[in-house]
Design a protein around this ligand. Structure first.
Ligand SMILES: NC(=O)c1ccc[n+]([C@@H]2O[C@H](COP(=O)([O-])OP(=O)(O)OC[C@H]3O[C@@H](n4cnc5c(N)ncnc54)[C@H](O)[C@@H]3O)[C@@H](O)[C@H]2O)c1
Length: 417
């Protein structure tokens, strides 16, 4: 962690306005409220605002849920549909892609910054947490603030502190992950660190705005490219009739090799999107990155092919598909490969009953009772929620007795290529 004279000199932050209280913004608001800060959570989603205020929101992590229901959060967090004044404004709104161009859609960043401008006062901090393409702070946010009469770095401070939390383990990661903070100047970066100081146990690293923007995209692109490599290995293994998991384990015995797990595809709000932000900045030098993206995008189709093959012994089978989120142990279904696979198989005419223990509209109480009710010819296990893995493991002998085909990997994990 770098230190400087700013660390001691920066003004403390008492009231934080978090704009966008979704997967990223809400955990921050909760941690700050728990730490005794006065927090305003702003979201354009009225239902979400109401559910935060009456603490009725259903979160997918027990520890986050307990936090939401705590007395400190009731006392210190107020959700609203529009901003008020504060010492620090943290922007955590979505940054999707435009389709079909796959260019960054910064309209929500612009709307969020526009909404805080009337409430800004000299000395305030604007801290963008959303994942943004390099130069967004400089070319989008700075001009908006300047036009409103504030020179970032002088009257107000501007920072970018991208979030790195893992959905499913947000409660731990938001506290323990190291944090990179870019500032328009050193003072801004150190002031932004004050936002996280009340709960952060990871280290803080300071840099400039563009480096922080690029750093976050490099992290997600690294994951995406390495997953694509594992997925290509799996496709090769498949063509050779080999269990690729075993071969990967053997290859990983090499001291400098660490191949990731292949899967049914890459979903969520980060990995399928963020590498394209780099392509926007420098299309000449993103050949590997965009190829990896396309490989991962095609995995649901390859997985559907594999399932079709496994189902070929049945005439008009009834299939129970388990799991609809984009990764295990979360409720998040955004860009979920599991859903893409189910859609594709349904388009083929397969009768699929699709359930997910963690997703409200797809929930079931008891897996055995669900199977008894549906009486499927086959069960396709798509997402490895810990609970589903252990329940299926337990039910395996009974499922075999019922002559139901279980389509998953041999070690009990979800389908993998
Ligand atoms: N989900 C993750 O795991 C994750 C991890 C790291 C970074 N990020 C990044 O964080 C950012 C936010 O992602 P998220 O997953 O929290 O999105 P989200 O959709 O869960 O939440 C964003 C919230 O912002 C609200 N919103 C949109 N426009 C608004 C506005 N003008 N004013 C107030 N609220 C507004 C939406 O209603 C929504 O509730 C994105 O840039 C994303 O790439 C996400």
């Amino acid at each position: 962690m770098q230190t400087s004279q700013f660390e001691e000199a920066v003004e403390p932050i008492e009231q934080v306005v978090v704009v966008g209280t979704g997967f990223v913004g809400l955990p921050l608001a909760l941690q700050l409220a728990k730490a005794g800060k006065s927090v305003i959570g702003v979201d354009i989603d009225e239902q979400l605002v109401a559910a935060i205020n009456d603490q009725s929101l259903n979160l997918d992590e027990d520890k986050l849920q307990n936090l939401l229901e705590s007395d400190e959060v009731e006392e210190n967090l107020q959700a609203r549909t529009s901003p008020t004044s504060g010492d620090a404004f943290v922007v955590s709104v979505p940054t999707p892609l435009t389709r079909p161009q796959k260019s960054p859609d910064l309209s929500m960043i612009k709307a969020a910054v526009e909404s805080i401008i009337p409430h800004l006062e000299e000395g305030d901090l604007v801290n963008i947490e959303s994942t943004i393409p390099p130069l967004t702070c400089e070319e989008v946010v700075v001009p908006m603030l300047t036009e409103a009469g504030f020179t970032p770095g002088e009257e107000i401070q501007l920072a970018h502190s991208p979030e790195r939390i893992l959905p499913g383990d947000v409660f731990e990661e938001i506290v323990h992950n190291d944090r990179v903070i870019g500032g328009i100047n050193e003072e801004s970066a150190h002031r932004a660190a004050k936002v996280y100081e009340p709960f952060l146990k990871g280290e803080t690293y300071f840099t400039d705005l563009i480096s922080a923007e690029l750093c976050k995209l490099m992290e997600n692109t690294f994951r995406d490219v390495n997953i694509a490599l594992a997925n290509e290995f799996a496709l090769i293994g498949d063509s050779l009739n080999l269990d690729i998991t075993e071969v990967i384990e053997l290859a990983n015995r090499h001291p400098r090799v660490d191949i990731l797990n292949p899967g049914i595809g890459v979903g969520g709000h980060c990995l399928p999107i963020d590498p394209w932000f780099l392509n926007e900045v420098n299309p000449e030098h993103t050949n590997l990155i965009t190829t990896a993206r396309r490989i991962n995008d095609k995995m649901p189709q390859a997985s559907a092919r594999k399932i079709r093959h496994a189902l070929s012994e049945f005439d008009n089978p009834t299939v129970l598909a388990l799991g609809s989120t984009y990764k295990p142990n979360t409720q998040d279904e955004r860009l979920s490969p599991a859903n893409e696979i189910v859609d594709e198989l349904r388009r083929d005419g397969y009768e699929i009953e699709h359930f997910d223990r963690l997703v409200d509209e797809k929930q079931y109480d008891n897996l055995k009772m669900l199977i008894e009710k549906i009486q499927p010819d086959a069960i396709v296990h798509l997402v490895g929620h810990s609970e589903t893995i252990s329940q299926l493991e337990e039910l395996k002998p009974w499922i075999a007795d019922q002559e139901i085909k279980l389509i998953q990997t041999e070690n009990g994990n979800p389908l993998r290529l």
